[in-house]
Design a protein around this ligand. Structure first.
Ligand code: CU
Length: 127
């Protein structure tokens, strides 16, 4: 478990749970971003990933839930208490100029199977 650093400045990577909806519904963040959900409703909400990538506890009014996305991809989620509440976190890989091209040269087909036939003679020495 990571201990999230206290961030005094309010980041844009937060989702308000308000009026029985996630706001914004879709949030796009670079990989490594910690996303914060905050329940502004007077009812309890429970954020859970569709794929099981993350899950909050029951969030009552004013409570928050943090999750750090360390892998790029789409993370659809919903509220387990109110299944009609859905949202998606889109995590983009940080393209820092370096395009990662992996060129594989697998044209090496020199597979000689050398079967050496050694007939072992067992000498039976008696005496
Ligand atoms: Cu809910």
């Amino acid at each position: 478990m990571h201990i999230t650093k206290p961030n005094s400045s309010m980041s844009a990577n937060s989702i308000a749970i308000q009026n029985m909806a996630f706001n914004p519904t879709t949030l796009t963040v670079p990989v490594g971003t910690t996303v914060t959900w905050k329940n502004l409703d007077n009812v309890t909400h429970h954020v859970v990933s569709d794929t099981g990538a993350f899950e909050s506890s029951d969030l009552t009014n004013g409570q928050t839930f943090n999750f750090t996305f360390n892998k790029a991809g789409n993370y659809p989620y919903h509220c387990s208490i109110h299944p009609s509440m859905t949202g998606t976190i889109v995590v983009t890989s940080t393209g820092s100029g370096t395009s990662n091209q992996s060129t594989q040269n697998s044209s090496n087909k020199s597979n000689k199977s050398t079967s050496s036939n050694t007939s072992g003679k067992v000498k039976n020495i008696t005496g």
